[in-house]
Write a protein that binds this ligand. Structure first.
Ligand code: IFM
Length: 445
């Protein structure tokens, strides 16, 4: 019996479409996608890949792929469309149908509650700068858990908080694209973490079988070789915190797993934290079951006498500079889980890993995406190595099942195992789909 979770992942806004249907109201991404100059080629994310109408045939691919798990997110504004907090039954019915399909295929659902699509009605009240957003999130989570606990026990509260704060409020590459000074950014980090903690408490009250996690993302530092000194330096780099940066792993994971912010956080921002800090940290560190991590890329480091360490350019071992921020760094699936497990002592689940390359649909309706296959092969090899070295990795989710709306890159960046023709909305499994299918079949033990 294979108790490893082999899966793929998607998110609501990136695939669903049907933005104005059946009672859904706009999220911050609906607004942002319409703003001039924000999305490459003026792509409109509200169309997604029309999964709202095509979900039945879409989910059949999971069966064909042979995964036993599927990670997807729920659109908050489809469920709670307005500030009155009333539940939209049509929204609930959509997700119930998805859960029923998954049950039919014996695919285990992993629900993500927040994959960046904050309802506009909450943004209008201050979004994550407003502490009440954390409580509204816990209410939304309770609604879903109560209704769907008959189908699902695996929950991920928040996806990639780093992007929510850093890209959404500092670099402004993501919605809502509203700049926050460090003081407000710190408050938003804290409110996000509080939302997570309150949600954990809501879930635990409702579903005794729940397995809960929080999907951070990180780009692990990789030692240039196996020298202990370099490994040590990589570990230190990975877990360091720089002032004014809101994309580092310890900022979010230390309070959750270790019950406190990293020391540097207090050095930089102590006066910005709320008076309720102590009580809040107790909520934030409510015990969870897994350390989920989205890992795509990383960087090499080497110990250096003068400066302590040196960040190295991408080495000959990893030549491909494939997609803007994404370099092939297979060893991140070895050192990432290793360092995270050493620090947080929780079983690891890789909640996202994948690559965007240029895909060409050939005349025979095939996509020969060798570069993506090579990426997956090399990363999975490193993950296996980590497991052999005793790191408890319990699951792996390829990002993504389908090509979809890749945020600021619009539809130009394709991460899918299945190609989507955005005109006809037809789907075509790529060669990497069949690679992953075989890989899973060969790794049932
Ligand atoms: O598409 C995104 C996803 O929504 C969050 N993690 C990274 C992916 C690729 O950029």
């Amino acid at each position: 019996m294979n108790d490893f979770y082999w899966g793929t992942a998607t998110s609501a806004f990136q695939i669903e479409g049907a933005a104005n249907l059946d009672g859904r109201t706009p999220s911050i991404w609906d607004t942002y996608t319409l703003e001039e100059g924000k999305i490459l080629n003026h792509d409109d994310g509200r169309k997604g890949i029309d999964h709202y109408h095509l979900f039945k045939t879409d989910l059949k691919y999971l069966k064909e792929l042979g995964v036993n798990s599927y990670r997807f997110s729920i659109s908050w504004s489809r469920i709670i469309p307005n500030a009155d907090g009333k539940i939209n039954e049509k929204g609930m019915a959509f997700y119930e149908r998805i859960l029923q399909e998954l049950a039919q295929y014996q695919v285990r659902p992993f629900i993500t509650f927040y994959h960046w699509d904050l309802p506009m009605w909450l943004q209008d009240m201050g979004g994550w700068t407003n502490r009440n957003t954390a409580f509204a999130f816990a209410d939304f989570v309770a609604v879903i858990t109560q209704r769907f606990k008959q189908y699902c026990h695996d929950y991920i509260t928040i996806n990639e908080p780093q992007c929510i704060i850093n890209l959404g409020h500092k670099t402004l590459e993501h919605a809502p694209g509203i700049f926050l000074e460090d003081k407000e950014a710190v408050i938003s980090v804290h409110n996000l973490l509080l939302a997570h903690g309150l949600a954990v408490q809501s879930i635990r009250k409702i579903d005794r079988e729940a397995k809960i996690g929080f999907a951070a993302t990180s780009s692990p530092a990789i030692p240039i070789d196996d020298d202990e000194e370099n490994i040590d330096v990589a570990r230190r780099c990975y877990f360091s915190l720089t002032k004014g940066h809101f994309d580092q792993v310890t900022l979010y994971s230390d309070p959750i797993f270790l019950g406190d912010y990293p020391k540097e956080f207090y050095d930089y921002y102590q006066s910005y934290l709320p008076a309720t800090l102590k009580e809040d940290l107790v909520i934030i560190s409510s015990p969870i079951d897994y350390c989920y991590q989205n890992i795509y890329s990383g960087y090499f480091v080497k110990a250096n006498e003068d400066e302590g360490y040196k960040i190295l350019p991408y080495s000959e071992e990893n030549p491909a500079y494939v997609f803007t921020w994404l370099h092939q760094m297979p060893k991140t699936l070895y050192y990432g889980p290793k360092f995270l497990y050493e620090r947080y002592q929780k079983p690891i689940i890789i909640s996202e890993n994948g690559i965007s390359v240029i895909d060409v649909l050939t005349q025979d309706h095939k996509i020969h995406d060798y570069a993506r296959i090579e990426y997956y092969r090399r990363y999975l090899e490193q993950m296996e190595k980590a497991q052999k070295d005793g790191i408890p990795i319990k699951g792996y989710f390829a990002w993504s099942l389908f090509d979809n709306f890749e945020w600021a890159f619009g539809y130009s960046a394709r991460f899918g195992l299945i190609y989507v023709d955005y005109q006809s909305m037809k789907r075509y499994p790529k060669d990497s789909f069949y690679f992953y299918q075989k890989y899973i079949a060969d790794h049932q033990e």
